[in-house]
Design a protein around this ligand. Structure first.
Ligand code: BDR
Ligand code: CA
Length: 308
């Protein structure tokens, strides 16, 4: 079993990733930590609690920092994920159970200390919580089993950025945090746009998920309509990029990915602020540069009982 903390900014693709992780027997989900990004911290934390209830999860939710390391807490991606972060569908009111009193980075530190060598951090938002955990307790580098990050773009398959031509949203949103996580020395697997934009859940796939994927599939279909409209109007595809669930997929099926090894740094100033740069060779980072998209989509569909 892969013991996991899922660090997330739900977010439509975050919800699709969490639903996938929750259904996979390979994972033991120990906690959900929230980070600002797709919406402000209050919104994404409410959404994590909604998803916890919706997917029947036992793992607690811990709320992350309200600001990035640069102190930017007021940016949101409302045009991508909707004003409520989940495609503007009507969400339950609460109150919700399962909110841990600790800030996310303390929750992460405590969980890693309680299970040395066991926990893999899967981070699919800005890396603010992980950077704060590293600052507070640098020794966690040697007690985490590893870190998987959805973020960055290395240009291997022509994908170099989404929020800007040279930068991906999760890294661009907190470049200093990402650089700290990539250079800490722990093993980091990075799933960037090079692979996440190669995996497209097209309209037919989403419809089948909605029609045959049970209550969770119907929920995911509902929230994805807003994201689909964004992709149709702003990206020019009739479907949605897989993004966050690829981080879950690589943790359980690394054989479906082609990778390169090395060190990764993040440009933290100037015209290329937020760019990820890989120097190949010995180093703590494994960068995904190719993916068996067909196999990955089949895996996702089958997890919801849907034949592709
Ligand atoms: C990443 O940015 C967020 O909007 C998505 O949830 C994903 O984590 C893609 O660049
Ligand atoms: Ca995300």
């Amino acid at each position: 079993m892969i013991e996991t903390i899922f660090d997330t900014d739900p977010g439509i693709d975050d919800a699709m990733a969490l639903a996938f992780l929750a259904r996979r027997p390979e994972f033991d989900l120990r906690g959900i930590t929230t980070v600002l990004g797709n919406a402000r911290i209050e919104t994404v934390t409410r959404n994590a609690l909604v998803l916890r209830q919706r997917f029947g999860l036992a793992a607690p939710v811990a709320k992350g920092a309200a600001d990035t390391l640069r102190g930017r807490g007021d940016e949101e991606a409302l045009h991508v994920h909707g004003a409520n972060g989940l495609g503007d569908i009507v969400l339950p009111d609460g109150p919700f159970e399962g909110l841990d009193p600790r800030p996310a980075h303390h929750f992460i530190i405590d969980a890693l200390r309680a299970r040395p060598g066991a926990i893999t951090l899967i981070a699919v938002g800005r890396l603010t919580n992980l950077a704060l955990a590293l600052r507070t307790a640098p020794e966690i580098v040697s007690i985490a089993r590893g870190v998987v990050v959805m973020g960055g773009a290395f240009g291997f398959s022509g994908h170099t950025g989404n929020v800007r031509p040279h930068a991906e949203a999760n890294i661009s949103g907190d470049p200093e945090a990402a650089d700290a996580v990539f250079t800490a020395g722990w093993p980091v697997t990075i799933v960037g746009l090079d692979v996440t934009e190669e995996v497209i859940l097209d309209a037919g796939f989403l419809d089948r998920l909605g029609e045959r994927g049970g209550a969770d599939g119907a929920f995911l279909r509902d929230i994805s309509r807003f994201y689909q409209r964004f992709h149709r109007e702003r990206v020019g595809i009739d479907g949605i990029y897989g993004h966050d669930f690829l981080a879950v997929a690589v943790a359980m099926r690394p054989d479906l990915f082609e990778t390169r090894r090395g060190t990764v740094r993040v440009v933290c100033e100037g015209a290329f602020d937020g760019r990820t740069v890989l120097t190949e060779g010995p180093g703590p980072c494994t960068v995904c540069i190719g993916v068996d998209a067909r196999a990955i989509l089949t895996l996702y569909a089958q997890t919801f009982g849907v034949a592709r």
